[in-house]
Design a binder for this molecule. Structure first.
Ligand SMILES: Nc1ncnc2c1ncn2[C@@H]1O[C@H](COP(=O)(O)OP(=O)(O)OP(=O)(O)O)[C@@H](O)[C@H]1O
Length: 638
């Protein structure tokens, strides 16, 4: 007896384990739970309220059918008595159902908006945090990462894209729909059980047919996304003032319009084909809805006339039965759920991609406590991911404190690449970079290292923020100091630019912002130089400037470098420039060629060496002597 009890208990345990495992393994269940949890994360109270409202909405058809049946039954019973009082209760019930339906409809939209915004806001913040937290940028550059970022962000502007917030609400709707359908089926079954499959099966088939039609259109839309993005970019570009110049000068207007038209036609023709097929599908849908409903209604009417059921239950069954066709909609909710889930899964894949191992064997951390250098590149090799050519190849370079070091080289020599490695945006493919007193960057921590340096990239970012923010963002960890800001602006020669800004430091540097202005290329460079000088004055140990003065006139450039040389104190300054007249002021000049440093010394030493630097310098000097504007000013200044 005891044994049998034990066996039953074991069987129950095993069954429970199998059930739990299959629930865990079933991705559909996992997805459902994930979306419902998302809803919960939007605020427990709000989630409960919206769940109750959505359930109430879905129960309205069954409730309407029930109170209508009650009303019919009372009215039939009271026929000829003139006593309307007995029908007041079902009438009041009907009123309550109407009121609840109306109230739910009014409240559900703003509440759903709130829930969606909370979920989507948190999701987008997660995506941004994830992309920003990746210490290097090599993985971000991969097309796969860009695709996943775009998908994970779930831009609601894209027709076929739904957000996780919308998907969570769609999931709630699916649950509520199931409850609503079940309630309507119970009402129908009160009349006859066989009515349930008679109505339910065609209702499902009809929903499925409509779902397939929509899905076909959405798949086509998605397959055309790339073309659409290209067309939109073209449209924007063609309407821009910059391209407007080319269009007019080269007479490209008609050609551009023809190209756009062709692309529009190529995109819309397949869409019309799908719409046509969908229209034929609508006819099939009519066949799936009308005959079953007619059969059901005729059967109910015939059976009621034969006395097999009351008029009241027949009324309820017909009302609830007809509502089944409207409630079972696999279209919007299913697609929204799937599309929103895609965004969540893209986030998961992106997280996996951005945190995956680079495959580089981990070497024991190296420390050289005796090192006096700020940075030391040792035998550094680097090849961009997805390419085969080594941009850097066994590069050795030392950057010393208090030294103004210039890096020169031909276009594509790898100067900017070297800077990106120095900033920890990529890891060397071979060799190592020792920073901050002889420690490997990974040991010190990339973030800790970045807090000690300031880098102005060739393609620096023009933040659509105030002039002050554009400068102080160079040292986000330091509390902004107006006096330091003013001093840095003085050093960078920003004064005349600031004087012309309508609201001084607070003027937004973008015309798209209220009261904002657009700066010229040279003025922007002065802002960015101010950023660099501000970083120096607030304690940056190393300043890196990649072509910071290409847009500056020679006089301003010369003055800025004088200031930079005076201000650098113990900080190291690395400068990349093609203007050798500027570079000659540096304490040391290194020439980068074929991925390594081939010449190193002061300007005079390199000229005496009579190598590649000397030849480059001679070419530039000859150009100046030929009477270029630059040459005259150079002559004055040097
Ligand atoms: N993200 C990237 N992916 C693949 N290759 C790249 C990438 N960035 C640069 N390269 C390649 O690396 C090489 C070196 O480029 P880099 O920008 O470092 O040269 P540079 O010396 O700074 O040139 P310039 O003087 O023209 O600014 C070039 O051949 C370039 O095409």
């Amino acid at each position: 007896m005891q044994c049998a009890g034990l066996r039953r208990s074991r069987r129950r345990q095993t069954a429970r384990r199998i059930r739990t495992q299959s629930v865990r393994r079933d991705p559909a269940v996992g997805d459902t739970l994930r979306l419902l949890r998302l809803l919960w994360s939007a605020g427990k109270g709000t989630a409960v309220v919206i769940a109750v409202i959505r359930l109430a909405e879905r129960l309205i058809p069954a409730a309407t059918a029930t109170v209508l049946a009650l009303l019919v039954s009372r009215v039939t019973a009271l026929g000829g008595t003139g006593e309307i009082g007995a029908a007041l209760l079902p009438l009041a019930g009907f009123g309550v159902v109407l009121l609840v339906g109306h109230a739910a409809e009014a409240v559900t939209e703003p509440l759903a908006y709130l829930v969606q915004q909370r979920i989507d806001g948190a999701h987008r913040a997660k995506v941004t945090r994830l992309t920003a937290s990746s210490p290097t940028i090599d993985l971000l550059e991969q097309p796969e990462a860009q695709r996943l970022i775009r998908q994970a962000k779930a831009d609601p502007d894209e027709f076929s894209q739904r957000t996780p917030g919308q998907a969570a609400l769609a999931q709630l709707d699916q649950v509520a729909d199931a409850v609503g359908v079940a309630a309507a089926c119970v009402v129908v079954a009160q009349f006859a059980w066989w009515l349930v499959p008679l109505l339910l099966i065609p209702a499902f088939l009809n929903a499925r047919l409509r779902y397939r039609g929509r899905m076909e259109f959405i798949q086509l839309w998605r397959s055309q996304l790339d073309v659409m993005v290209r067309v939109e970019r073209w449209e924007e570009t063609l309407a821009s003032a910059g391209v407007g110049k080319d269009l007019r000068v080269f007479g490209l207007g008609d050609w551009a319009v023809r190209r756009l038209h062709q692309q529009h036609v190529a995109r819309t023709e397949p869409q019309f084909a799908v719409w046509k097929r969908n229209l034929r599908g609508q006819l099939r849908s009519l066949l799936l809805v009308v005959p079953p409903l007619l059969i059901a209604f005729t059967a109910v009417a015939a059976l009621t006339v034969d006395g097999h059921g009351s008029v009241a239950t027949a009324t309820a069954a017909l009302t609830a039965g007809a509502s089944l066709f409207m409630m079972i909609d696999l279209g919007y909710t299913v697609l929204t759920r799937l599309s929103g889930l895609e965004a969540l899964k893209a986030y998961d894949e992106l997280a996996e991609l951005l945190t995956k191992d680079t495959g580089r064997p981990a070497s024991p951390p190296v420390t050289d406590p005796g090192s006096s250098s700020l940075v030391r590149f040792e035998e550094v090799g680097f090849t961009y991911p997805g390419t085969t050519r080594a941009v850097l190849d066994g590069l050795d370079l030392e950057i010393r404190p208090g030294e103004l070091l210039a890096i020169v080289g031909l276009n594509g020599a790898g100067k900017s690449t070297l800077i990106k490695l120095l900033a920890g945006l990529y890891e060397p493919t071979s060799g190592r970079i020792l920073v901050g007193g002889g420690r490997e960057m990974s040991e010190l921590g990339v973030q800790a290292w970045r807090e000690r340096i300031s880098v102005v990239f060739q393609d620096f970012v023009k933040y659509e923020l105030s002039a002050a923010d554009n400068v102080t963002l160079g040292r986000p960890g330091v509390v902004p100091d107006k006096a330091v800001l003013e001093a840095a602006a003085r050093d960078a020669g920003l004064g005349p630019v600031l004087d012309r800004l309508p609201d001084g430091w607070q003027t937004p540097l973008a015309r798209s912002r209220t009261g904002g202005v657009d700066l010229s290329g040279g003025q922007w460079q002065q802002v960015v130089l101010t950023r660099a000088l501000y970083a120096l004055r607030t304690g940056a140990e190393l300043l890196v400037l990649d072509e910071p003065t290409a847009h500056l006139d020679v006089r301003t450039e010369f003055e800025v470098f004088q200031r930079l040389a005076e201000q650098r104190a113990e900080a190291g300054v690395v400068l990349i420039s093609h203007r050798l007249s500027t570079v000659r002021q540096a304490d040391r000049i290194v020439l980068l060629d074929s991925g390594r440093i081939t010449e190193s010394g002061t300007h005079d030493e390199l000229i005496a060496l009579d190598g590649s630097y000397a030849k480059l310098f001679a070419i530039q000097a000859e150009r100046f002597q030929q009477g270029y504007q630059d040459a005259i000013e150079e002559g004055e200044l040097l």
